[in-house]
Design a protein. Structure first.
Length: 95
């Protein structure tokens, strides 16, 4: 019975580590797209004739940054900070 609990705890630990790395990667990519946001980039809410995209993540980054900034606003930075500081808690509880 004890071996089964250890295996379940190891699986839970592995899943929480994967989740924490996934969340931190997504937060980092969103932060990069917000950091390099330009109003001149084409997006859901802006139609331009310009083919040059200034976002570090290209067209997808421009769309993501525009979507977050137009719908949530700059409070998306607070959400990213919360997730960034919550990730160590996930890792700490998994070990």
């Amino acid at each position: 019975m004890n071996k089964r609990n250890n295996k379940n705890e190891e699986k839970l630990s592995m899943y929480s580590k994967i989740l924490s790395w996934f969340v931190s990667s997504i937060c980092f990519l969103i932060f990069l797209s917000l950091l390099s946001y330009s109003q001149k980039d084409p997006s859901f809410f802006v139609a331009t004739d310009s083919t040059s995209i200034n976002n570090l993540l290209g067209k997808h980054g421009a769309f993501i940054a525009s979507l977050f900034l137009e719908t949530i606003g700059y409070s998306v930075i607070i959400i990213l900070l919360f997730l960034t500081f919550y990730i160590p808690h996930i890792r700490r509880t998994s070990t």
